[in-house]
Design a protein around this ligand. Structure first.
Ligand code: ADP
Length: 397
């Protein structure tokens, strides 16, 4: 069956059409500037990328153009909509209502809407994508795959904040965690690669992309993760601050004349390695280059990033009373040998030994610890779209 995987943002929409039997990507692409003007980038497998300016006042037109591209006589990859068996939607916040992926019904959409307050930028966009597909492909079954669901196994001691209990009861203020699809995919793949059942190993997954999070996966279940109520908590990220002293909000707010909204925007968009590097870049390729040519702020930014990752790994070794495998994934985790080496440099006490040659490889599944290393360290590329495709097929079969 062919599954259309959709990741809908407020003004963008990423898609992949995946053949679930071969797990091959038939075509992929991106709609951008929805509601402004509209640009479709479409890449059929093995072919050149094509870019077209198309009027996309809403997500419905965007999805119509995606369908048109996929079924186009010349560059399409299927003959008609009938060859798309299901749609899998990435949904950011499932709150406590969703512990796994679900077939989308009217009740499910309502329950996603109930979580809008928790993810005001993401969930409404996800619902718009779902509604648009419903309009254009009313007979095609759809599945929602949540970023938060995998972390719903966290125990209360990991998800409760040290805040008045009533805020949890009244408003659902607790840690939820994100990137769950990736943490789940990578931890399962780690188990396959080391040849052990997933319920017999302890894995720490470092998902290091523009957004970044670490998770502790004990015997197949997420028992802790670094993001919280929102994706702002935890690691220092591309432009997000991660953990800070909450009193900084009041202090900076007063000094700079920023209201709460302004402070949160600063923490989300102007902080992280971008802010630390003096607004040089949020991209590690730029930061590594600048650091290598003597830019001190860029070097500090990368150092702060790596140190925070190492501290989280240490805390998750404590949380699980041990670890068998540490896995690096996502843009930085899969590609940045310097970051991996620096993080591993803090882990000597665990008996971690780096294989410097293996660590120099890029974007492939590889073990980067030496055979005598007490903890195995691996690079395992993530594939959230494939994970969404697999969940979708499993649920509608
Ligand atoms: P997201 O999905 O959160 O946007 P990705 O997982 O795609 O992020 O990661 C993007 C980031 O990965 C880039 O901002 C960059 O910092 C980093 N990255 C990508 N390729 C490389 C590379 N070859 N070397 C170092 N860092 C890289």
């Amino acid at each position: 069956m062919n599954v259309l995987v959709i990741n809908c943002g407020s003004s963008s929409l990423k898609f992949q059409l995946i053949n679930s039997e071969t797990e091959g990507v038939l075509a992929k692409g991106l709609c951008e500037r929805i509601g402004i003007d509209g640009v479709l980038t479409y890449t059929p497998a093995g072919e050149e990328k094509e870019k077209s300016n198309l009027a996309m006042p809403t997500h419905t037109e965007a999805i119509q153009f995606v369908i048109d591209a996929l079924t186009n006589e010349k560059t399409g990859v299927v003959k008609s909509l009938d060859e798309i068996g299901a749609v899998g939607h990435r949904v950011v916040h499932g709150g406590e209502a969703f512990t796994k992926s679900v077939v989308i019904t009217e009740e499910v959409i309502k329950a996603i809407e109930d979580n809008n307050d928790l993810a005001p930028l993401h969930n409404p966009a996800n619902i718009i994508g779902i509604r648009a597909c419903e309009t254009l492909m009313p007979k095609t079954p759809m599945v929602a795959v949540f970023d938060t669901a995998f972390h719903q196994t966290m125990p209360a001691k990991a998800y409760m904040y040290g805040l008045p209990y009533e805020y949890y009861e009244k408003y659902g203020v607790r840690r939820y965690g994100f990137h769950g699809t990736s943490h789940s995919f990578v931890s399962k793949r780690v188990a396959e690669l080391v040849g052990k059942p997933v319920d017999q190993i302890k894995t720490i997954v470092c998902h290091l992309g523009n957004g970044a999070s670490v998770s502790a996966v004990e015997y197949g279940k997420s028992v802790d993760t670094s993001m919280g109520l929102t994706p702002l908590e935890g690691l220092v990220m591309g432009t997000r601050s991660g953990d800070i002293d909450p009193a900084i909000l009041e202090y900076i707010g007063r000094k700079e004349g920023l209201d709460l909204e302004g402070c949160i925007s600063m923490l989300n968009k102007k902080s992280g390695v971008f802010g630390l590097s003096g607004n040089l870049s949020s991209d590690f390729r730029d930061l590594d280059d600048a650091a290598a040519s003597g830019n001190d702020k860029a070097k500090t930014a990368v150092d702060v990033f790596c140190y925070r990752v190492a501290k989280y790994i240490g805390s998750y070794v404590a949380a699980m009373n041990g670890v068998d495998v540490i896995a690096f994934t996502a843009g930085i985790g899969e590609n940045d040998a310097h970051v991996r080496k620096t993080v591993m440099g803090y882990l000597g006490y665990l008996g971690v030994n780096l294989d410097a040659v293996a660590n120099d490889s890029h974007g492939e599944e590889v073990t980067i610890s030496t055979p005598d290393s007490k903890v195995k360290v691996m690079v395992v590329p993530t594939n959230e779209e494939l994970a969404i495709c697999r969940d979708t097929v499993a649920l509608i079969k």
